[in-house]
Design a protein around this ligand. Structure first.
Ligand code: ZN
Length: 68
C-alpha cells in the first residue's frame, strides 16, 4: 500500500517522499501527512489552540451552543 500526503500529494516510496508520477496503478493508496505537512499541520493546530478567534468571528450556529 502506498501512502500519499493529503496536502502536497507526495507519495511515500520506501523511506522517501516523492512527487506523484501520475501513474499510481491499482495499488491502494492511504492518505496521510508527509513529515513536512505533518509538522505544519501540527503547528497550525497548536496555533489555533493558543490563538482563539475573537467572539465576533465565531460562526452564528456555534453561538447557539450551550455554554459549558
Ligand atoms: Zn505533504
Amino acid at each position: 500500500m502506498q501512502i500519499q500526503c493529503c496536502v502536497c500529494r507526495k507519495i511515500r516510496e520506501g523511506g522517501a517522499w516523492a512527487a506523484p508520477t501520475g501513474e499510481q496503478g491499482d495499488e491502494a493508496v492511504s492518505h496521510g501527512y508527509c513529515p513536512i505537512c505533518a509538522a505544519e499541520a501540527f503547528a497550525e493546530m497548536r496555533g489555533r489552540l493558543h490563538h482563539k478567534p475573537p467572539p465576533e468571528r465565531i460562526q452564528p450556529h456555534a453561538a447557539t451552543r450551550p455554554r459549558s
